[in-house]
Write a protein that binds this ligand. Structure first.
Ligand code: BT5
Length: 257
């Protein structure tokens, strides 16, 4: 993967500019800085290796060279509506690319993509603000492709996998990138539609199951996962039969023991 093969794989798609790095700290940091300096809509940062890849909060995201997809897309929203569904747009686009490989991906709400119950990809969305307005959104996507991308077990809080493990071969990263970006461009105009929400809901892991959601403040909620609200927040039914909503944020969700 290099600047030329990435540019070739994206040719013909309505994107902004592309920057490719053999090695970088974090593609999201680069994209946030570029967005603040005026990057156009759908500009994308790619890296073959990240040395300081980030998950949510201060968690690390592991991206060794030549093994994974690390990309950050810059979106310039034209209105505020639909913004809260951006993580769903990313999750649907990543799962579209995996369905194209004949796999059965599930979205562990809000930002993890699972294959066979193990995490194969993670999404980190961040916002560039300008005087109280959203100036740009950065969607960071990390996907494990070859076995070398698998982090050491002691680094993991949730089981992880790679496409090579699931398929028995590692698909070309450029083709996967094209599939993800194409899906995102195709889905974006309908982000506010009921169909978008329905498809997002249909791809969720643990539908109808008891789950536990822990917010980083430490408080945990427990209930049956019954679906999504219009703003993309998660609907649970607690033990008393009452509906509760969990807002997208730094939360972690697990099946209840
Ligand atoms: C995420 O965070 O899952 C979001 C990951 C986003 C990574 C992309 S790569 C391109 C862009 N540039 C960046 O710097 N970031 C984005 P979270 O849900 O907080 O999960 C982080 C946790 O996942 C870590 O604490 C590890 O336990 C685990 N982890 C780290 N690397 C992993 C990997 N390659 N595969 C599976 N799990 C991993």
């Amino acid at each position: 993967m290099d600047q030329r093969t990435i540019a070739e794989s994206l040719s013909g798609l309505a994107i902004g500019e592309v920057r490719f790095f053999d090695s970088i700290g974090s593609t999201n940091d680069e994209a946030l800085a570029w967005a603040a300096r005026g990057a156009q809509d759908l500009s994308i940062v790619f890296a073959d290796e990240q040395t300081a890849g980030r998950g949510r909060l201060d968690r690390k995201w592991f991206t060794p060279a030549a093994s994974a997809i690390a990309m950050s897309l810059i979106l310039r929203p034209s209105s505020r509506s639909g913004l809260s569904r951006t993580v769903g747009l990313a999750a649907l686009s990543v799962t579209d690319s995996l369905l194209g490989q004949g796999l059965e991906p599930r979205i562990k709400w809000p930002n993890d993509i699972l294959l066979g119950g193990k995490k194969v990809a993670g999404i980190l969305t961040e916002t560039v603000w300008s005087g109280g307005q959203v100036d740009a959104l950065v969607i960071g996507i990390g996907m494990n492709v070859t076995r070398e991308s698998l982090p050491p077990a002691k680094e993991l809080h949730f089981p992880a996998t790679t496409l090579e493990d699931e398929l028995g071969r590692a698909p070309e990263r450029e083709g996967l990138v094209r599939d993800i970006v194409r899906a995102l461009i195709a889905r974006r105009p309908s982000i506010e539609s009921p169909d978008f929400l329905r498809e997002w809901e249909e791809r969720l892991a643990f539908r109808g199951r008891q789950v536990e959601v822990t917010a980083d403040a430490g408080n945990a909620m427990h209930g049956e996962q019954i679906g999504l609200n219009a703003d993309g927040s998660l609907k649970l039914k607690n033990d008393n039969g009452a509906e509760i909503s969990v807002h997208i944020g730094d939360v972690s969700l697990r099946p209840a023991p």
